[in-house]
Design a protein around this ligand. Structure first.
Ligand code: SF4
Length: 123
């Protein structure tokens, strides 16, 4: 039986409200999109939803005690709790340069976790 799924397209700031008609995991049609990117977004969101992950890690001897970090690409949505748990295990030593890899290939996803900013050592 066909079902409707509603969500907001986040592929651009316009934020169109998409309605996706689905049956047995197949997309039958998409409405509400103002451009083709919305179709691609709807297909990706219903087959392999992904999100960027941004959080902080501990850093010793840094100007601040925490360093903001982010995944270089979106990770599969169901893996987000495990990805956050892996990132929580990281503890760095200042100084750290912006965009340096703080965790490589997190959970075998092929996605690195990068420093969002540089962090000088204190003193
Ligand atoms: S459908 Fe197109 S215009 Fe609408 S939010 Fe998505 S990318 Fe933007």
């Amino acid at each position: 039986m066909a079902e409707e799924v509603n969500f907001i397209c986040t592929a651009c700031p316009q934020g169109c409200s998409l309605t996706v008609l689905m049956e047995n995991g197949e997309v039958l049609g998409v409405t509400g999109n103002s451009c083709k990117k919305g179709l691609d977004y709807a297909n990706a969101e219903t087959s392999d939803p992904r999100r960027m992950v941004a959080t902080t890690v501990k850093i010793r001897n840094g100007f601040h005690p925490l360093l903001p970090v982010y995944t270089e690409r979106p990770v599969p949505k169901p893996m987000i709790p495990q990805v956050l748990a892996e990132i929580r295990k990281v503890e760095l030593e200042a100084p750290v340069v912006m965009k340096s890899v703080v965790l490589e290939n997190v959970l075998g996803t092929g996605i690195n976790v990068l420093a969002s900013r540089s962090m000088p050592a204190k003193g």
